[in-house]
Ligand binder design. Structure first.
Ligand code: FAD
Length: 379
């Protein structure tokens, strides 16, 4: 039983049914899948992280997106246009160099440290007088999150899974052995195995099983421009480390993001029009030609990141509650890490271990045991 039919629940259902499970059920609260964070995502996929677990999850996931149509039978929309990270301070460049060293040691061959001239060759419209270098990975890029979610869930259904929509889970029965049943508005289903893949709502779902899960919702806003051709539509996702502002091509225009430090945890998903000036100020500072771009506030949107204290997901068995598994807290990386998450959860549920990575790095117990792993490459 999987609670939540977003990209993560769908990938878990796909990987479980691929491994031969035939009794997999997804319970999704909404009438349509993708109404949670998945349908709001920017779709960025990258391997340029600073920690082993994030890099390993990307090393599994990005080739999976590349070959998605062959493997799953549906398109992922993967566009390997790269991620370009810009450093304006020596400490940022040292950070990129250290990350690059770890990425290379773990087997990433397509990332490199780049000079200002190389950066300008990739995105000539950048104001580069203060840029001292950066890093670029050509296999990073973007996917279509809705398409990936749909592919995973359609294939999971082909392989025997069932999806119940308009089935909000309201309680979880626990007995001496652990999970015993899940109750949704569509009825009660007996089960000894439940995966909590309910995204930004995972703490509420965990509470139903008596577990405190440190996952907090945090609003994230995205601003698209109207059609704009003064920047190439082949440009990479470009991140200004001095402010955190970033953009990528989307449709005929650009899509811009920036993490407002004033944002407070909560379920608010209203788009705040005052954000447009904040984001454009940072954008024009780095890409002056953006002064000429038009923004229609009614096309901008907001969704929820699902934050954990160390910006890493919480994966695997919940301690003390037999059969209760966790797959949430992606802290803004749940789309790009969805293939690895599905594989890891299927392995842990069916075999108790996984070869993909050391799953203990991401277990629930790390918070109590002081093993948090801080990922600073969060934008
Ligand atoms: C603006 C924005 C930009 C982002 N950009 C990126 C990016 O570039 N790259 C990236 O990798 N990630 C990005 N993310 C993060 C990414 O979207 C999420 O990490 C990912 O979608 C999480 O997937 P999920 O399936 O866990 O959650 P969701 O898609 O939220 O799915 C959870 C599902 O659980 C359901 N649910 C909740 N409670 C219940 C219940 N009680 N009963 C039944 N169902 C329930 C919900 O309806 C929902 O469908 C972004 C997020 C936002 C908001």
């Amino acid at each position: 039983m999987i609670i939540g039919g977003g990209i993560v629940g769908s990938s878990i259902a796909y990987h479980l049914t691929l491994a031969g499970c035939r009794n997999v059920v997804i319970l999704e609260r909404e009438a349509h899948q993708g109404k949670g964070s998945t349908g709001k995502s920017m779709g960025g996929v990258r391997a340029q992280f600073s920690t082993e677990s994030s890099i390993r999850m990307s090393l599994y996931s990005i080739p999976f997106f590349r070959d998605f149509e062959q493997i799953v039978g549906y398109p992922s929309g993967y566009r390997p246009q790269g991620y370009l990270l810009l450093a304006t301070e020596e400490r940022h460049l040292n950070y990129l160099r250290a990350n690059h060293k770890l990425q290379t040691a773990l087997g990433l061959a397509t990332a490199r440290i780049v000079t200002r001239d190389e950066i300008l060759a990739l995105v000539p419209q950048l104001r580069a007088d203060d840029i001292i270098g950066g890093s670029f990975c050509s296999t990073d890029g973007f996917v279509d999150p809705y398409s990936v979610m749909t592919g995973f869930s359609l294939r999971a259904v082909d392989q025997g899974a069932t999806i119940e929509r308009e089935a909000p889970v309201t309680s979880i029965d626990i007995d001496a052995q652990g999970v015993a049943a899940v109750c949704s508005l569509r009825g009660k289903i007996s089960t000894r195995m439940v995966v909590n893949a309910s995204g930004a709502w995972s703490a509420q779902t965990a509470k139903m099983a008596g577990l405190d899960l440190p996952v907090e919702p945090l609003r994230r806003m995205l601003v698209p421009t109207e059609p704009f051709d003064k920047i190439s539509h082949d440009a990479p996702m470009t991140i200004d480390l001095s402010t955190g502002w970033h953009f990528r091509p989307e449709g005929l225009g650009l899509l811009m993001a920036w993490a407002d430090p004033e944002e407070k945890p909560g379920f608010n998903t209203n788009f705040d029009r005052a954000f447009i000036e904040k984001i454009l100020t940072r954008g024009v500072h780095r890409v002056p030609v953006l002064e000429e771009a038009e923004v229609n506030p009614s096309r901008a949107w907001a969704g929820l990141y699902e934050m954990t204290p160390d910006h890493h997901p919480i994966l695997g068995a919940a301690p003390g509650i037999g059969g209760f598994f966790l797959a949430s807290g992606f802290s803004g990386h749940g789309v790009m890490h969805s293939p690895a998450t599905g594989k890891i959860l299927a392995d842990l549920i069916l075999k108790g271990s996984t070869d993909l990575m050391d799953a203990r790095l991401l277990d629930y117990a790390r918070f109590a045991e002081g093993r948090e792993i801080h990922e600073s490459a969060v934008f």
